[in-house]
Design a protein around this ligand. Structure first.
Ligand code: LAG
Length: 484
């Protein structure tokens, strides 16, 4: 369950938060496939409760009312078409699977596919689920439970969301059927929402009943779905991520927390010389790494001082470090712009999601940030694909916030997060030649729209990064996108 089954040479997935299936299919073909992205985490595809009383917040999608594939993102036909078209261009689809719970109790009672619920009876006729399928006695998780009481964290309700009992055969069957339906449509794996709130033993039974990936979508025979379990573990709780790594991969929330600290100058970049398990991170193959996710970018979940698109220079620095460093499997966030932390995606008066528009400079409009279309980010995806499994070598730092390192003889990257300029001759480990920095610009025909960097026959090059430059990173690599 720890292999994303990316198409050959691809390494990185992006969360297209609240995107519609038709738009994702188009994005695979026109951008993600050609630019070397490996996969997409999509918003939950199963039917959710419509919540107009909060102007259709993004979080309504975490309130399942059935496992029918019908949401604001599209219906089952559109879903199947998206998966097919993305797989055809080498981009995998990973589903955000909400299997811990069903909706909370609301006055509103209509799902995105028209299903209803009997909240008072724990009744979800469109599955169907009833009272026996939930944990009793009914209780709600409180903040102090996380320190003391694993049984309450797993058997009580998260935020008042009705808590399914995955210990019962019937519930397991409904969940497995839902997930196997998605596998039959060609998805490559799952994010397991709220995994901390389910018993590892129950999850193991569910995972082991999943089908192999669909060979008609290009997966090798016998391939197991990639599974990354959402467990927020920043230390100090009764439940540890180590209970989940024997099953499958786990979301590494420490990753973005520590890099956000460092790139906000609350820790010096030089300390990143032993980034990885030396920092208490999960083993590389167990870790689904990210800077921000849909929760902590708006102060939900493990909130705190997480970098987002709103602090663009520091954010791009942290993302570049994540993509340049070999630890773990990286995931990027692709957001819609927001100030209100409850607000859902751009929508019309009927609640229909408004598609992103695509500007001539590759950026998005209509309220979509599209971080994955920022040159500094997609160029580093190509960098990561290029450098593959090579090691970090020739670490250099100035004893403060200027650092640089090589990835084998395939790539070189430098960062300046100090208040003064970086001007150094550094070992790039690359073959002699002229390169085009993929951060400040890109190769366009035989010219370079950014910094030109000349690597000598000794592998060394003069590197400049002014403290006040637009970006704090320089990156060059072997391969046509960077060699002039
Ligand atoms: C997750 N991971 O474990 C998701 O990443 C996170 O986004 C989900 O919470 C959560 N688990 C449940 O799937 C989000 C919002 C919550 C929201 C919940 C359900 O962060 O704020 O709760 O989705 O929509 C909302 C209200 C609560 C209310 C609850 C139940 O904010 O006040 O009690 O719904 O109706």
């Amino acid at each position: 369950y720890k292999n994303p089954h990316y198409a050959s040479g691809r390494t990185t997935m992006v969360h297209l938060f609240e995107w519609k299936w038709d738009d994702i299919a188009a994005e695979c073909e026109r951008f993600l496939g050609p630019r070397g992205y490996g996969g997409i985490q999509i918003s939950p595809p199963n039917e959710n409760l419509i919540i107009w009383s909060h102007q259709r917040p993004w979080w309504e999608r975490y309130q399942p009312i059935s496992y029918r594939l019908i949401t604001r993102s599209g219906n089952e036909v559109q879903f199947a078409n998206m998966v097919r078209r993305c797989n055809d261009v080498g981009v995998r689809i990973y589903v955000d699977a909400i299997i811990n719970h069903m909706t909370g109790t609301w006055n509103e009672n209509t799902g995105t596919g028209g299903s209803t619920a009997n909240f008072g009876q724990w009744g979800y006729p469109a599955v169907p689920y009833g009272r026996n399928d939930f944990n009793f006695p009914h209780c709600v998780i409180s903040g102090s439970d996380y320190g003391c009481c694993p049984d309450r964290v797993r058997n009580c309700e998260l935020s008042g969301l009705k808590d399914l009992n995955q210990g019962t055969e019937y519930v397991r069957t409904q969940i497995v059927n839902y997930m196997n339906h998605l596998i039959s449509l060609g998805v490559a794996g799952f994010r397991i929402d709220a995994a901390k709130h389910m018993w590892p033993g129950d999850l193991r039974v569910i995972f082991d009943r999943l089908h192999n990936l669909n060979t008609a979508h290009g997966f090798p025979s016998g391939a197991r779905p990639y599974i990354y379990q959402e467990v927020i573990d920043l230390g100090g709780e009764a439940i540890s991520r180590d209970e989940y790594t024997p099953l499958a991969a786990v979301t590494e929330f420490k990753y973005g927390m520590e890099l956000s600290r460092a790139f906000q100058r609350n820790n010096q970049l030089r300390w990143l010389h032993n980034w990885g398990v030396g920092w208490g991170l999960l083993a590389s193959n167990d870790a689904l790494n990210f800077i921000d996710n849909h929760d902590n970018q708006r102060g939900h979940g493990a909130g705190g001082a997480i970098l987002t698109y709103k602090q663009a220079k520091q954010y791009k620095g942290a993302i570049a470090f994540m993509l340049a460093h070999p630890h773990g499997w990286p995931q990027l966030m692709s957001s819609f712009a927001f100030t209100n932390t409850e607000a859902g995606p751009p929508m019309d008066n009927s609640g229909n999601i408004i598609s992103p528009s695509i500007n001539s400079d590759n950026s998005c409009g209509n309220g979509w940030v599209c971080e994955h279309r920022w040159r500094q980010i997609y160029s580093m995806v190509a960098f990561r694909n290029r450098v593959g499994n090579t090691a970090v070598t020739n670490w250099w730092d100035n004893g403060s916030n200027q650092i640089a390192f090589c990835r084998g003889n395939q790539g070189f990257v430098a960062f300046n997060n100090d208040y003064w300029d970086l001007n150094q001759t550094l070992q790039t480990c690359l073959p002699a030649g002229n390169y085009c920095d993929v951060i400040s610009g890109e190769k366009s025909g035989s010219t370079c729209t950014g910094k030109r960097i000349t690597v000598g026959s000794d592998g060394r090059a003069s590197i400049s990064l002014g403290a006040n430059e637009y970006d704090m990173v320089v990156a060059i690599h072997a391969g046509t996108e960077s060699r002039l």
